[in-house]
Design a protein. Sequence first.
Length: 257
Amino acid sequence: MNPTALIADDEPLLAADLKRRIASLWPELDILAVCHDGVDALARLERDKPDIAFLDIRMPGLTGLDVAARLDFPCCIVFVTAYDQHAVEAFERAAVDYVLKPADDARLARTVERLRQALGEPSALERKRLAEAVAEVLGKVSPGNTAQPAWLKWIRASVGDSVRLVPVEDVRYFQSADKYTSVVTAAGELLIRTPIRELIEQLDPEAFWQVHRGTIVNAKYVTAARHDESGRVLLSVRDRPEQLTVSRGYAHLFKQM
């Protein structure tokens, strides 16, 4: 019987790309489902009990860590993550695999090789080490913990049938646009589905300042702040012709400019 797997990633294009590349590297692997949130992933895992689960760490509903912590059957876990180094170190010590985004084919080939060797019912010791690694990482990112959070480093934006990776440090500002969020760089504008209220929690607050309910600006690119005739604060941003309006609740950020 062929081994089975599930893929869970909240970015449909990335999930499809991962499925395609794994299928190419491991044709015998039967991928039973592709899920886009943690709740659905956990339900499908509990129902189908695949041999392998590729879990994105950041997903709505339940994170990949939450899903892994709730599994009560033998399953080889591969975390697909853009997470910070302390998580990677924890998974390394636990001898579970992880794939840092964006992963290349060479890295996925190593993952496939490790999974081929690990298939079969994981030992009690391996399951215990996985549980400990998940608990350690969850503890380090708990609300009461003072460890340095893993701030977002890359923005994944869909462009037609492809995914474009944009370094967060290159973004001039983010702005709500109907059901999407505009990612504005010196070169132009891309759209993502992540709302502003979720983005602000993932961005380094020392670099990215919310200046309006629907706008987050990269502070290092703000070149000037001025008041218009009505008293509003307007920001000029390097490499961009437009000006950004600062709502009154955030005007204090620019008193010294």
